[in-house]
Design a protein. Structure first.
Lengths: 496, 138
């Protein structure tokens, strides 16, 4: 009884995937960024390198230890306000709203319906903008800069949780089967699902078509809900729900942490803690290999996403076209797919080599893979900085579409909030501001990364002077990674 | 507990670097008065003559694009969302105030279109990029 629906959905997806369409690659939406001028690019590169050495020099001369900046924040009035009962109540209300089944389920259902039945025009339909601008870019920003918003608003988590509560009330039994989750499987399902997601975002030329997105979201819902039903909600969220894990990585950087009440029957208050940006990276536990692989995959695809918009990539496409001409209209997609698979492999390879060098320099007994896992999170600030630089204009400009879309999500002529005629203003951000923000973010991200890596090193190599010595390969790696980010934002965007 | 000198030194370094960047940015500011600039594009044999070019103007300039084409169609300037019908024996011109900075691609859509909105159809095989217009900040 479930099979025909599943087959139907799979069939629709299959058709959509096989049909070569030439709508936008790269998610959806035009980007109008001006390349960062050469002088700025050079200055930023220079600043990043100089500051790195300054930092290493400071570390070498002083025993900072692995304590992170812990100012007594309560001495600032603004921070005391955060602890004020009114603020906590506000957080509680907002969290409750975000977590409310009604809000979450309603939004998700409207989203699916808009994609499946609304206009095919990507710009007039709610779904492409909500997916690629608000969700993929916007939520990443919020997760990293404010807090883990996805943990709060994840519709599958909320809907399944509600279904569980209802089942319990009605039958006194668990909804989920709670089959034991195979330990060796770990987070590998999420790795696979993320690879598929990245392919859809970067390679798939139909990624802007509302129906395709909604169909994929529906398929993903089925997988997620099934996983939750089979293994238990939390177990699946931890191992198989891609966005929980990926936004969770970014949220480690965020200045806030919300500890939700546990559902073991003991009701606890919503815990809300504040810390400096990046400090969370010093407190997270070391990831197991699959999670580390997923992080590398995420970092590599963020950079690859930018790389495919450069003239250099266009040249690569043209160079390899003859070899792939047997794919016909899908030749470029084929080449880009290979690139998408190679990028994380190269990234991982270079990182593993760096890890090996670090261990070798200090005669460590830790294996390269262990070192990879110990240090991988220190790269998050660089990826995050690049993400901010690369997508800020996009978010500010294309994000404005939401104003008209919420009033008329299907493009059926509605005007629910009176904003259906809102016209986006492409001049909302000036290029000077965006350039400054971009390179400042990239340089600061680099510095934070160097700092975090050093703290990890102090923990891994407690021998005197070992930590600093071990960081030279890491410094080269990070400088290289930062240079790649700078290079990409200095390139003119080439439309495919 | 916490090493204030380290923090202070880091803060000073960051401040110095950001000031330097800020100064460089301001130096990159051209200033000057808005001008009228115009660019010519010729579409022939399914491509743009001279290859894709990047046309550069400054924010506040009045930009004119002159297009000639050997086939019927329309040219679209993304971002500003300005469309211009072009065709043989029909040199076409669009003039506008470049008040927003950015890099905006110019595309050609062959006529077979029957009044579609510019963005809501898949690009056909006859569509191609004519170049890009960069509006730089002053």
């Amino acid at each position: 009884m479930k099979r025909p629906l599943l087959l139907g959905v799979l069939g629709a997806i299959g058709l959509a995937v096989l049909m070569p369409s030439t709508a936008f690659a790269h998610g959806f939406g035009d980007r109008y960024d001006l390349p960062v001028p050469l002088g700025l690019y050079m200055s930023a590169a220079g600043a990043a390198v100089v500051l790195s050495f300054v930092l290493i020099g400071i570390f070498a001369r002083r025993d900072i230890g692995d304590r992170y900046p812990q100012k007594n924040l309560r001495q600032w009035k603004a921070v005391r306000l955060l602890g004020h009962p009114v603020t906590l109540e506000l957080v509680r209300v907002l969290s409750a709203l975000g977590e409310s089944v009604l809000f979450s389920a309603l939004t998700f259902i409207v989203y699916l319906l808009a994609g499946l039945f609304g206009t095919e025009d990507p710009n007039g339909n709610l779904v492409p903008t909500m997916t690629w601008v608000v969700f993929w870019v916007g939520f990443a920003y919020v997760s990293a800069l404010v807090g883990d918003i996805w943990a709060l608003t994840n519709p599958w988590k909320i809907i399944f949780g509600y279904a569980e509560a209802l089942t319990w009330k009605a039958t006194g039994r668990d909804l989920a089967r709670y089959e034991p989750y195979p330990e060796r499987l770990s987070a590998w399902p999420a790795v696979l699902l993320f690879l598929i997601f990245a392919w859809v975002e970067i390679v798939y030329t139909g990624s802007g078509v509302p129906f395709n997105i909604a169909a994929l979201a529906l398929a993903y819902s089925v997988v997620t809900l099934l996983g939750m039903w089979w293994f238990g909600r939390e177990e699946w969220l931890r191992n198989g729900e891609v966005f929980t894990i990926v936004f969770g990585f970014l949220a480690a950087f965020a200045p806030t942490q919300i500890k939700e009440p546990t559902d073991d029957g003991v009701s606890t208050d919503l815990g809300f803690s504040v810390r400096p940006w990046g400090a969370g990276l010093l407190a997270i536990p070391q990831p197991a290999l699959p999670r580390a692989v997923l992080l590398v995959l995420m970092l590599a695809t963020v950079s690859f996403d930018g790389f495919v918009e450069t003239g250099t990539w266009t040249e690569i496409l043209l160079d390899f076209f003859p070899a792939f001409s047997f794919l016909g209209a899908n030749a470029f997609s084929g080449i880009t797919t290979i690139g998408l698979i190679l990028a994380p492999l190269v990234f991982f390879g270079v990182f593993a080599l760096t890890a090996w060098l670090m261990g070798w320099l200090v005669n460590s007994s830790l294996s390269s893979m262990e070192l990879v896992r110990i240090f991988v999170f220190s790269l998050v600030p660089i990826a995050l900085a690049y993400h901010i630089a690369h997508f800020f204009s996009f978010l500010m400009i294309q994000g404005q579409r939401m104003f008209s879309l919420v009033s008329d999500p299907f493009e059926w002529g509605w005007d629910l909030f009176g904003t259906a005629d809102y016209a986006i203003d492409i001049g909302v951000v000036n290029a000077h501001f965006v350039w400054f923000l971009s390179i400042a973010a990239i340089v600061v991200g680099h510095i934070v990364a160097v700092y975090v890596a050093h703290v990890y090193a102090l923990r891994a190599f407690p021998g005197k002077g070992d930590a600093v010595r071990s960081q030279y390969p890491m410094l080269v790696l990070m400088a290289g990674y930062t240079m790649v980010s700078l290079w990409i934002v200095a390139q003119p965007i080439v439309e495919a | 507990m916490f090493d204030n000198r380290f923090h202070a030194r880091l803060k000073n370094s960051l401040l110095a670097i950001s000031s330097l960047l800020f100064l460089l940015l301001m130096a990159a500011c051209g200033g000057g008065t808005p001008e009228d600039v115009s660019f010519d594009l010729t579409i022939a044999d399914g491509a743009v003559a001279g290859g894709n070019s990047t046309f550069v103007a400054d924010q506040g300039d009045t930009v004119t694009l002159n297009l000639t084409s050997d086939v019927h169609g329309n040219a679209l300037l993304h971002g500003y969302d300005l469309k211009l019908d072009v065709g043989p024996d029909q040199p076409s011109t669009m003039t506008f105030l470049a008040d927003a900075t950015g890099r905006f691609s110019i595309e050609f859509h062959a006529a077979a279109d029957d009044g579609h909105d510019d963005h809501d159809h898949d690009h056909g095989a006859e569509d191609f990029t004519l170049g890009a217009l960069e509006i730089r900040p002053r």
